[in-house]
Structure formats: C-alpha cells, structure tokens
Design a protein around this ligand. Structure first.
Ligand SMILES: Cc1cc2nc3c(=O)[nH]c(=O)nc-3n(C[C@H](O)[C@H](O)[C@H](O)COP(=O)(O)OP(=O)(O)OC[C@H]3O[C@@H](n4cnc5c(N)ncnc54)[C@H](O)[C@@H]3O)c2cc1C
Length: 283
C-alpha cells in the first residue's frame, strides 16, 4: 500500500480545488483495508468527481483513495461482471462494449469510479447504477466486518441507499448487463457523450450537477430564472452554458463555491419555494 504525507489533493478532485492532506492511503488489498479500518476520521474518496474539499489543510483526517490501486473487472458469466470498486467507470463501459454487453453506455461519460457510482447511485436519463447491481461487497467500518448484500438490501433510491448513513469501504459489485451488439453499444456511448459535451461546461473543472433534481422541477432553468446564470464569486462561476453546474474558472476556493451554492439555494427558495439539496459531498 502506498502511503503519503502532506499530499496535494488538487489533481484528486475534479473541481481542482487546492488542498493538502496530512495522511493519505492507497490500499491495494483487503489486508490493506484491514490495516486502515481501526483508524479514526476516515474519508473514502474515489475519483473525486462529486466532492468539494472544503479545507485547505486536513490534519486529523485520514484519506483513503480507492481508484486504480484497487481496480479490476472479471467476467463471471455470459452477462455478469465482478468489478472492484476503484475501477474507472469509463474503463468499465469500454470493457462491457468489448464484450458486447449493453447497460454501461452512459457511464462512458460519467467520471468517477464504481465505488463512487454505487454510493451516489449515479446515472442519467432515467438510468441508475443500481439498475445493474446484483450484489455489493463492502467493509463495514464500525462493525469491522466484510458483508455482501443484494441490490434490494441496499434500498437504492435517487442518489441514495443504506450507505448514505454508514461508514463503509465499497469493495466490489456484481453487475448484470444484457447481451447486445458491439456497434450499437459503441454508437450509443459516443452519441451520449456528444450530447452531454454540447450541454455541459466540460472545458472547465467542475463536479457535475451541484444539486439533486427536486421532484417536478429542473434546477438549471430555476437558477437561470432567478438571474444567477453566469454569476461569479472569486474564481468560481455558475456556468453560463448550464446553470446546474458550478465551474472553477480561476483558482476557485471552496468558499467561492459554497457562496454560490448558498445564493442559489436562497434565491430559488424565495422565488419557487423549492429547497435545493446538494448532490455534491462536502468533505
Ligand atoms: C463532468 C461531470 C459530469 C457528471 N455527470 C454525472 C451524471 O450524469 N450523473 C451522475 O450521477 N453523476 C454525474 N457526475 C458526478 C460523478 O461523476 C458521480 O457522482 C460519480 O459516481 C462519482 O464517483 P467518484 O468515484 O468520483 O466518487 P467521489 O466523488 O470520490 O465520492 C463520492 C462519494 O462516494 C464515496 N465513495 C467513493 N468511493 C467509495 C468507496 N470505494 N467506498 C465507499 N465510499 C466511496 C465518497 O466518500 C463520497 O461520499 C458528474 C461529474 C462530472 C465532473
């Protein structure tokens, strides 16, 4: 296991916020996780594509990165895969395509890891990661035990599941995909990516949608209507391409982003009576 002191987190979060962590671990085996589990103040990070590092320096916290250091895909039957949690979603999507398996097409363009997608129940256009999950194996940090549960036991909903209130290391998932045609799978992956890149501010560091979608409303249009599209605070800006995104245009700090978040929440509540709940996780 690689262990680092005073580790620069700038390239480990998709906002590219500058932050330094005193203790960082990159576990490679179950034994590595066992070593870590007794420590206090554990923060698990995958691709860092849905988080806001709110501090410039983390002294007491221990950061556990689960990415390429704990990755791998195994085909266990004609249409089921066993995937380690640090596996990159794009790599998973390409693996599925190479094996003529359909289901992971949208994940070609959703940045992050399988562990992050499980915790967030990531998805788009009505597709959720849980649609494909058969089982989840995780380390329960409090109980110090490895458990394997089914999708139903994980009680998935929109961006939530039983892990929302638990301290866990997701270790691996089993996914059920469907057999498809490689050329059609590839076309859908590319088409979806093109549509998204035309709508989203991909030229600037960001962490995807800032807020969860409230029932019956669309976040971007509401923020546009209250006049905040393009609004800047320090180095952060509400994207003028898609108001549901905040982008880092010039060395933004976490407080620049948090100020814009608060302004969106206040103005949208005032005009529409709607609470905007954060999708992104503040660490
Ligand atoms: C350009 C862009 C577009 C995006 N589009 C979408 C989209 O269409 N749909 C969507 O749902 N999301 C989208 N996102 C957000 C993000 O890609 C997803 O939420 C993704 O699943 C995050 O994965 P991650 O590995 O980066 O998680 P992180 O950001 O690292 O972590 C997210 C949460 O998961 C936890 N976590 C991560 N790995 C583990 C693990 N192994 N064990 C336990 N806990 C873990 C973290 O503690 C944290 O609470 C987008 C982001 C960007 C930058």
């Amino acid at each position: 296991m690689k262990i680092y002191k005073n580790f620069d987190l700038t390239n480990y979060n998709s906002y590219h916020l500058h932050s330094v962590a005193e203790n960082v671990f990159f576990p490679e085996t179950i034994e590595d996780f066992e070593e870590i589990i007794g420590m206090q103040n554990l923060n698990v990070i995958g691709g860092g594509c849905n988080i806001i590092f709110s501090k410039e320096k983390y002294e007491k916290e221990n950061f556990i990165f689960v990415r390429e250091n704990f990755s791998g895909i195994e085909k266990i039957s004609a249409n089921t895969l066993r995937v380690k949690s640090g596996t990159d979603l794009k790599d998973l999507s390409v693996f599925a395509m190479d094996n003529s398996l359909s289901g992971m097409e949208f994940y070609y363009d959703i940045p992050g890891t399988v562990g992050g997608a499980t915790i967030m129940n990531a998805g788009c256009q009505g597709v959720s990661f849980s649609d494909f999950i058969l089982t989840i194996t995780y380390f329960d940090v409090k109980e110090n035990v490895i458990l394997k549960i089914t999708k139903d036991e994980a009680a998935f909903g929109y961006r939530k599941n039983i892990f929302s209130n638990k301290n866990v290391f997701i270790l691996e998932v089993e996914l059920k995909l469907s057999e498809g045609r490689m050329d059609e799978i590839r076309t859908l992956m590319e088409k979806n990516k093109e549509i998204r890149w035309n709508k989203q501010p991909r030229e600037f560091p960001n962490a995807g949608s800032v807020f969860k979608r409230p029932d019956g409303f669309f976040v971007g249009p509401m923020i546009t209507e209250v006049g905040l599209k393009g609004k800047k605070c320090g180095g952060a800006m509400i994207s003028d391409k898609h108001a549901g995104f905040i982008i880092n245009v010039d060395n933004a700090t976490a407080s620049d982003i948090m100020n814009l978040i608060q302004e969106c929440q206040e103005k949208v509540k005032e005009k529409f009576g709607v609470d905007l709940n954060l999708e992104q996780k503040i660490i």
